[in-house]
Design a protein around this ligand. Structure first.
Ligand code: FAD
Length: 450
């Protein structure tokens, strides 16, 4: 039996350990944190809840956990867009009933995955921080000793120690970019009557060029809002440092948060803002002559800004694709790891770009009439030609079309729409000129009487 060491018991690490155990690996997971099932261990500064979409759903279905998780999730059928004047506008995600996202607490999902992994025989070693990797053995070093394995998986997040050691002394590309905006999380509690304070079955968005809020619903009727603001500048986190300044800013920019979150000012000032980072790196794997190897997945390989809600979903898809590559090359681990990187890296690079673009869309475009008309045209065309016309958002969130193919297809659709619109305008202009001439001829006085 081959053995595997997974570094990180986050979402990707705990899921991949299930896949590996099912494929016959003896699996150990090394995690620097305490066991999240221990009461009072919630980690500060992490996003509390997440939007699960099709790619994540497929992976959870593959390991047989989807049905057990359903009661812990809240379906989101579209976006509710909040305006500063208090107006709310609902924008559905898609045309089909199954084109919905599911909001789930990170903690609940993580614990369910760890429980499932233990059922499959995976061993978790908590408070084991990995401080080094020898990619030639391969092995990982922790404060508590060294662990050797046939396969080492770096699922240790955006600031991956495995990635750092994998890249040492070889030609490695590493692109790391911090956004000049950060985020804070705020809880919209249930109302005094025990009911949700706003529509629960939707993602809520407060768009704006100088600040943005996104809120996901929770199964208990509360919502978790993530407020994104620039770190610096007149309305950045740095300047919002007194209750009076925070209250004035919220009253002007996001007035309904003052009623939705009774202690919003206290919550805002209670924690420092967290960073957002994009990571692209290559290569993701290394192999030994003896048929062993090290590979990265999840945020360790490709952290993206959260504006497309795809970081975890892409990480889950990684686990599913790696499993398929291991199945395709059961006796050749190096080939399986190379196939995995070839299958994933080009597409997660595209996801990084799409996530950056969606930052602009969420901030500035959600209230633009032109953008909304374009979105409507997309949905109408999708309804008319459900197979041949699929909007980019639908391809990313509601299908498993590889990210690069989704982008290429949406560019073709954009070109077609632009050409068709131009043609229609031309026809309209031409026929209106002809019509004009005809009308002119009909009503013009006969020659000689002018
Ligand atoms: P992580 O979740 O970061 O897990 C890494 C694990 O490795 C951690 O447990 C950590 O303690 C451990 N670790 C780190 N270093 C070591 C070490 N040296 N030794 C041992 N253990 C170590 N994604 C979505 O799909 N949908 C969303 O709606 C969404 N919303 C988001 C909102 C925000 C504000 C943010 C910031 C992200 C969001 N994401 C979302 C992205 C998602 O959170 C990440 O993509 C996902 O958590 C990646 O999982 P991971 O297991 O790769 O990394």
């Amino acid at each position: 039996m081959s053995n595997a060491v997974v570094v990180g018991a986050g979402l990707a690490g705990s899921l991949v350990s299930v896949y590996l155990a099912r494929r016959g690996f003896a699996v150990r997971v090394l995690e620097r944190r305490e066991d999240p099932r221990t009461p009072g261990t919630r980690e500060a500064g992490r996003s509390i809840n997440l939007g699960l979409s099709q790619r994540g759903i497929v992976a959870l279905r593959e390991i047989g956990l989807l049905d057990a998780l359903k009661p812990l999730t809240v379906p989101m059928r579209g976006r509710v867009v909040h305006s500063p004047d208090g107006a709310l506008r609902f924008q559905p995600y898609g045309t089909d009933d199954d084109q919905i996202l599911h909001s789930v607490l990170r903690h609940d999902l993580n614990v369910a995955l760890i429980d499932e992994a233990e059922k499959q025989g995976v061993e978790f070693l908590w408070r084991h921080k990995v401080v080094g990797v020898d990619r030639d053995k391969p092995s990982v070093a922790t404060d508590a000793g060294e662990f050797e394995a046939d396969l080492v998986i770096g699922a240790d997040g955006a600031f991956s120690a495995v990635r750092t050691h994998l890249g040492r002394g070889r030609r490695t590309t590493l692109h790391q970019e911090y956004l000049e905006w950060g985020y804070k999380e705020l809880l919209i509690p249930v109302g005094d009557d025990g009911e949700p304070r706003t529509e629960l079955r939707a993602l809520h968005v407060w768009p704006g060029d100088d600040g943005l809020i996104v809120a996901h619903p929770n199964a208990d009727g509360s919502l978790t809002a993530t407020m994104f603001l620039p770190f610096e500048g007149p309305h950045g986190f740095a300047g919002l440092d007194t209750p009076a300044r925070v209250r004035e800013f919220l009253a002007r920019r996001f007035p309904d948060t003052l009623t939705l979150i009774p202690d919003v000012v206290e919550q805002f000032l209670a924690h420092p803002p967290a960073n957002l980072v994009t990571i692209r790196t290559a290569p993701w794997h290394s192999s030994t002559g003896g048929g062993r190897g090290v590979v990265l997945l999840g945020d360790a390989a490709h952290a993206v800004y959260p504006f497309f809600g795809q970081g975890m979903n892409a990480a889950f898809e990684d686990c599913s694709v790696l499993d398929r590559c291991l199945a395709a090359h059961p006796h050749d681990l190096p080939k399986a790891l190379a196939a995995f990187e070839d299958a994933r890296r080009p597409h997660t690079d595209v996801l990084a770009e799409l996530s950056r673009r969606n930052f602009v869309e969420l901030r500035a475009k959600l209230r633009s009439p032109l953008f909304l008309a374009r979105k409507k045209a997309d949905l109408v065309l999708h309804r008319l030609f459900p197979r041949s016309w699929v909007p980019l958002y639908t391809l990313i969130a509601h299908t498993t079309t590889p990210y690069g193919e989704a982008l290429a297809r949406s560019k073709r659709q954009d070109r077609l729409l632009a050409t068709t619109t131009a043609l229609l305008c031309l026809i309209a202009a031409t026929s209106s000129r002809r019509l004009g001439r005809l009308v002119g001829r009909l009503i013009a006085p006969p020659r000689g009487r002018r």
